[in-house]
Design a protein around this ligand. Sequence first.
Ligand code: RIB
Length: 339
Amino acid sequence: MGKLTIKDIAREAGVSITTVSRVLNNKEEGMSQKTREKVLRVMEEVNFQPNKLARGLVTKRSNMLGLIVPNISNPFFPELCRGAEDEANKRNYSLIICNSDDQSQKEENYLRLLQEQQVDGILLSSKNRLSKTSKNQLQSGKIPYVLFDRGEEASNQSGVFLDNERGGYLAGKHLTDLNHTQIACMTGPTEIQNSQQRLLGFRRSLKEASVQLPQSFVLIGDFQMESAYRLAKEFLQNNTVTAIFASNDLMACGIYQAAHELGIQIPDQLSIIGFDDIPLVTALIPKLTTIRQATYEMGRKAIELLINEIENKSSEGVVFEPTLIVRESTKKLKRGVDI
Ligand code: RIB
């Protein structure tokens, strides 16, 4: 038997080609359940495989979405992708996941590829601010897009972000509430807005508690574990602090490793607080106190907004609140001394 067309299905089911097309594209408003079931039964009996390209030409939809993240090797992003993919699949969309490796050129190449694949929409966590090229590609391609996690929080643009300044503030306040006064901060890359915001919030909480943050106590990290280890080892050999705020959990892991090698006990001699609450951190000993992002839900929500953009042309910006998760890696001091 040659390849069946929707014309064959219509004839077998005794309905019009339009009816079969409407069943194929889930546009069954006003259609009787009996007719719908008859068409689906015939399709199943002949194992009908609709021509996706032809279907896309009719509906102008591919039912595919693109997602670009800046660093798939960081456990934060797979958690984000998990939430995004579950919501996409629930809404009958496939998801193409791309990794830009924090490189604008790769990001631009993937944007071009996704447009060539005729995705219905794009979810983008840019390295930081969208490059001019990326922005032009998105706007000229007339493909709905939503920014999430990173990229400017333009008010007229759908996006899902965290209140990073609040997150940095919560981290600093937790440490000053525990009477720490000799505190260091390891930031992410300074060009990334998330890092800048977290440091701003951290500075605000220390200022409120009249705790100084010398510039030498601000360590410029890159959100990676390896360099955080080297930075922390060098810093801890030459400085005495009782607490460090790491702007993401991976860097907190690097600080753990450095402290262990230097024989520094966590939290008795050094309190550490991270940021993200990636699943991995509950395996650390002692368990890491951190600032939690509702990462899975952020990914899910971003897809929900993108599909709303595609199907209803609605735009919405959503800012998630961070939460402090106190575990075992931070300790209260007597006023300036150990308890
Ligand atoms: O850990 C990676 C960081 O980059 C996370 O804090 C997340 O906000 C992303 O931007």
